[in-house]
Design a protein around this ligand. Structure first.
Ligand code: TMP
Length: 216
């Protein structure tokens, strides 16, 4: 596969699963190995994505904006279309590694399993927004929602967005959704127990990244 685009690696998982910490740690290891990577995220990886994400936030006296599940889906897809075009694809075409926090699987887990939209419908929207781009490896950081939500709450003083404020049942469906996606594509997914210490999680993820780099 040499000579083709760079390796595309995504990190997925619920709130407080430690994705940002792991992206930083893996980015550091890749740089030390002479493969500086693009570290990026959805939905907030572009100016448009940050603006769209601000529509999900209330707080500071701002009323939450009403949004149907379908409207929510298309905001994430709009953020993705811009992000793939402006950031992800150019880096991959230069042959760089891309480490991306959340991608199409988050939409299947949150808007599909969480909100109840049809998975086929979401797959079609994902395909359109990403131009058919699919990750080579997806690291799923799995934590029970009660652990993740308390970590995320401690970090940010409570989430003031329409997803972070959903109840425990929603977040359980999202977790089960991610695990179902992983079972469906075991060659692409690697599931890590993210309740373990961060260093241990990094080691397990790094083994998979190295294996992918050796394979490509
Ligand atoms: P985060 O940057 O803290 O992970 O916040 C992004 C939130 O957006 C998180 O709650 C997951 C949610 N999300 C979706 O619901 N669908 C998506 O397609 C993406 C990319 C994120």
């Amino acid at each position: 596969m040499r000579g083709r685009r760079g390796p595309f690696i995504t990190l997925e998982g619920g709130e407080g699963s430690g994705k940002s910490v792991q992206v930083e740690a893996l980015g550091q290891l890749l740089a030390e190995a002479g493969q500086p990577a693009l570290l990026t995220r959805e939905p907030a990886g572009t100016d448009l994505g940050r603006f769209l994400w601000s529509l999900f936030q209330s707080g500071e006296g701002r009323e939450p904006i009403a949004m149907t599940p379908v409207a929510e889906l298309f905001l994430f897809e709009a953020a993705r279309a811009q992000h793939v075009e402006d950031a992800v694809r150019p880096a991959l075409e230069e042959g760089r590694v891309v480490l991306c926090e959340r991608f199409t699987d988050s939409t299947l887990a949150y808007q599909g399993y969480g909100r109840g939209l049809s998975l086929d419908y979401i797959r079609a929207a994902n395909h359109m927004a990403s131009g058919g781009l699919a990750p080579d490896l997806t690291l799923l950081l799995d934590v029970p929602p009660e652990v993740g939500l308390s970590r995320a709450g401690n970090r940010s003083g409570g989430r003031d967005d329409r997803i972070g404020q959903e109840d425990a049942e929603f977040h359980s469906r999202v977790r089960e959704g991610f695990l179902a996606l992983a079972r469906r594509e075991p060659e692409r997914f690697f599931v890590v127990d993210a309740t373990k210490p961060a260093d241990e999680v990094t080691q397990r993820c790094w083994e998979q990244v190295r294996r992918l780099l050796d394979r490509l």
